[in-house]
Design a protein around this ligand. Structure first.
Ligand SMILES: [Zn+2]
Length: 264
């Protein structure tokens, strides 16, 4: 049993990281509390509660928050489980949360994501999910994976970008929609309903040296950088895309990320 690494980013926002000891991908998950419901972004890489106790951790954190917020009466306090994208290391824990009273687990196909959030013009549209005095903007984001979305939390100014933007490998499955997604995120940032302070993706893979990443499978990353990236990283990704070879596995390394063409 390896408990997640837990960081309260503010009084209503938790960052959870699945420990390397339970899965080398060590994805980040986020739990956001609103006055009417909470939102969990991603469920990690493991389906086994005894390896990574996701359900127990969500319950413990929710109970903590509800004790500090006694004015929130709804019981069971609803939980929406959504995903930055549908890759296995971000959805494996869904089954652990499905039985939870009050939980809604969003499906992982593009059609299910579009239907749940109410996109009319996917992906060129921003829709809003309200957690209760806490609006979350949901931005279409295919390119790394067809059902990918980004989530913007106006309260903290954090743009949650999954595997689309992170300090590590940016695996681009489809170059055209990926570029359109980065451009869409830039447009969103420029006209956002609240200042975009930082981007938080779902993994850290860079080593302590610019342009160098730990190889996939690494279990110990003593020199890894911070997860949070500056919103200005988006322009640097666009410029790297200009140089990206169209051949499979073509790559362009920058200080804080490595773009990899990864058609699958
Ligand atoms: Zn992924």
């Amino acid at each position: 049993m390896t408990d997640p690494e837990i960081t309260w980013l503010d009084a209503n926002t938790v960052q959870l990281r699945q420990p390397k000891a339970s899965h080398w991908e060590a994805p980040f998950l986020f739990l956001l509390f609103g006055r009417e419901r909470s939102l969990l972004l991603d469920t990690g890489a493991t389906t086994d509660e005894t390896v990574f106790p996701l359900a127990a951790t969500v319950t413990r954190l929710t109970d903590q928050w509800l004790r500090r917020n006694p004015a929130v009466f709804t019981r069971p306090y609803p939980l929406i489980v959504a995903h930055t994208h549908a890759h296995g290391d971000h959805i494996a824990g869904d089954a652990l949360l499905r039985p939870r009273p009050g939980a809604t687990v969003v499906g992982t196909t593009p059609a299910q994501v579009i239907a749940f959030f109410g996109f009319q013009r996917w992906p060129d549209e921003v829709v809003t999910l309200d957690l209760g005095q806490r609006p979350i903007d949901v931005i279409g984001g295919p390119g790394h994976e067809p059902s990918a979305v980004a989530f913007f939390d106006r309260a903290t100014g954090i743009l949650f970008t999954g595997d689309t933007v992170l300090p590590g490998h940016l695996y681009v499955r489809d170059i055209v929609p990926y570029r359109a997604t980065i451009e869409r995120l830039i447009r969103f940032r420029e006209a956002a309903p609240a200042p975009v302070r930082e981007l938080r993706g779902a993994h850290i893979e860079m080593a302590g040296v610019p342009r160098v990443a730990y190889p996939p499978g690494t279990l110990d990353q003593p020199d890894e950088p911070e997860l949070a990236l500056s919103p200005r990283i988006l322009e640097r990704i666009l410029s790297a895309l200009d140089e990206l070879p169209a051949s499979p596995d073509g790559r362009v390394a920058r200080k804080r990320f490595i773009v990899v063409h990864d058609p699958r």
